[in-house]
Ligand binder design. Structure first.
Ligand code: ES4
Ligand code: ZN
Length: 326
């Protein structure tokens, strides 16, 4: 069976990766030591044992704790470079990387420190790894719209270093329309727009991400099939869904990988893609997501090609770069 080799070797784009979710326990401990930050775990093994999640919130609590070791520009660089080396090994040629500035600015880290470290790693990746990487700034939806506006203002001096904005963190109870005005401003500034919706939340959140925020892609969106009219809309407008199978498994969105609806989304003609989300926490980077999901669901080489094509169609790369792969 040559499917695993195809999955590993095919060039692909990653459209849904939180860079703070690529922090491996070993690097968390190394940075804690380097920066003199105390963490409530005695060892790498003990920390890894805490990665037993029951839902999104149970993960987020530990994810924000892990990010507390990031203080210096070099810390942000080292984290991003480690991810980009793994992406290159998985034949990811384009990556659109989410970052959560509020997690850092709330601890007194300057916006410039965050963005400069992340962006320097992206620049080096193009030259040294052949990976084309760009940044997407995410607003934390459990915080206020005012806090998001403040974050945008702090980031605008560095607007040439990120290509868009997203919306992440605790979904249920924080619908997209809470951020209508800040997304309208980002749209007027010419930034790309995406939002997490339909990960745990209802189809109504996917509708309002599209119609109120006017996003170009939906992150996750796996709850969409609960509303057949929504599936029609996603198909008609070719709205990409950045699906994250191992994330959905680890956060108990689906009881088993065999129950995942990725194959159904593709067979319905949707522009679904495969992504790693928070690979250090969910048990695998891109190729591990492809390999495990294909093994569990009986998808074929046709599905593999479709997923690779979808990843480039859905990306915000320059048209000429996208056409090289589609
Ligand atoms: C996230 Cl899996 C997931 N969902 C929502 N927000 C996030 N931030 C980092 N990972
Ligand atoms: Zn995510």
């Amino acid at each position: 069976d040559r499917l695993p080799a195809l999955l590993a070797a095919m060039p692909k784009a990653e459209l849904h990766i939180h860079i703070e979710g690529s922090l491996e326990p070993e690097l968390i401990f190394a940075l804690a030591q380097r920066n003199g930050v105390a963490i409530p775990y005695a060892s790498v093994e003990e920390l890894r044992k805490a990665y037993a999640f029951t839902n999104l919130q149970s993960f987020l609590d530990i994810y924000y704790a892990g990010a507390s070791v990031l203080l210096k520009e070099q810390d942000f660089y080292d984290m991003t470079w480690a991810y980009l080396e793994k992406a290159a090994a998985d034949n990811v040629v384009r990556s659109e990387i989410f970052f959560d500035p509020q997690t850092h600015t709330a601890r007194g880290v300057a916006m410039q420190t965050v963005i400069d470290g992340l962006h320097r790693a992206c620049t080096d990746a193009k030259a040294k790894l052949g990976v084309d990487a760009e940044l997407i700034l995410c607003f934390l939806r459990h915080l206020s719209e005012e806090d998001a506006f403040d974050t945008l203002e702090q980031a605008l001096p560095f607007k040439d270093k990120f290509i868009g904005v997203g919306l992440d963190s605790s979904e249920v109870g924080h619908p997209p329309e809470k951020f209508a005005r800040v997304f309208a401003k980002c749209r007027a500034l010419g930034l790309h727009l995406v939002a997490h919706a339909g990960e745990e939340g209802p189809p109504a959140y996917v509708w309002s991400a599209l119609d109120v925020l006017k996003v170009e892609r939906i992150d996750h969106g796996v709850q969409s099939p609960k509303d057949p009219e929504l599936v029609k809309r996603l198909a008609k407008d070719r709205i990409p869904l950045t699906v994250c199978p191992l994330s959905n498994l680890k956060l108990c969105v689906f009881p088993q990988l065999a129950d995942h609806n990725l194959k159904a989304l593709l067979d319905a003609g949707l522009v679904a893609t495969v992504n790693s989300d928070d690979p250090a926490y969910f048990g695998g980077y891109m190729n591990e997501n492809f390999l495990q999901t294909f093994a569990a669901t009986g998808m074929t080489a046709q599905h593999a090609y479709q997923l690779a094509r979808n990843s480039f169609e859905g990306s915000f790369a320059r048209e000429a770069d996208k056409r090289r792969y589609i």
